[in-house]
Design a protein around this ligand. Sequence first.
Ligand code: SF4
Ligand code: SF4
Length: 313
Amino acid sequence: MKERIIAAAKSYGADLVGFAPAERFAPDHKIFDIFPETKTVIGLGFRVLRGCYRGIEEGSTYYQYTTMGVETLEETIMPGAALQVSLLLEEEGYLGIPQRRHQTIMEDENSTNPEVAYALVYRRKTAEPQFDFIEAAVACGLGEKSFHGALLTQEFGPMVRCCFVLTDAELEADPVREPMLCDRCGKCAEACPGHAIDNNGHLDSWQCAVYYNGANGTRNPFMPPDAFSDFPDRLEIIAGEARLTPEKARKILDQIHFYPPAMHSYQCSICGRACDVACYIHLEEKGVLSKKFKTPFRKRTPWAFPLESFQTE
Ligand code: SF4
Ligand code: SF4
């Protein structure tokens, strides 16, 4: 049955499939709140098309990453594959419980999800148990957790998203991968246009949300020269140097109307996940990724607008 599950997942767009026995999760883990009889967690990994990052790398087209690299994967491809795997399990007399990330539910009252509008995020601990997808992906053998908290896979580096199926079928486990990709070089943190990742790799989700949405004008072709005119530290914000409280982050986000959001509440990424792209380039240069391309991702010196172009006096 394992082979048939892998084939079904791949035929619906999964690139990676891994199986973790329930014993790899603590007895009080949230997967057992969702389905106490869980015997196996099936992890499905989906590459984010490398071409989706191209337009932001060049500063030309921005909609493609969010619509195809985030929205279509999260809303169509990933649920479709998880559904097919679950249907196959039901045909065999087992339960399959698909688990995709609920993008607008956060358990932590004080954080946000940069990929969706902050005002639409539902912050209540009791909303719905959601487990840590990166931890589960590592347990399923899909990859390792990086310095900046992303999933790194040997095939696609950080250019990957994942979802899961919980089942009461006992299926042969895959090994957990030995961490060997992240060398803690810090390039992911350096590349962030808003310094949202600190020296310990911790991500400030509000700082990230502001700069994911494009508050750094030197990396945003859509920002008008007089942006954030009622903020006394507007040039610091535009340079990515301002440290932001959640309250101030909300005020800035309310003024970012430079680019239309996608559907399903997805905000358009203007940073283009520069942290992940820098990591990908680093891993590609080291030759440790198994999926090879004919040409390197980075072809030109990264572009930036001068901060002076936002000076209004
Ligand atoms: S850029 Fe990649 S390899 Fe380097 S520290 Fe960040 S996650 Fe690790
Ligand atoms: S590069 Fe973008 S996604 Fe990554 S931490 Fe910075 S703002 Fe967030």
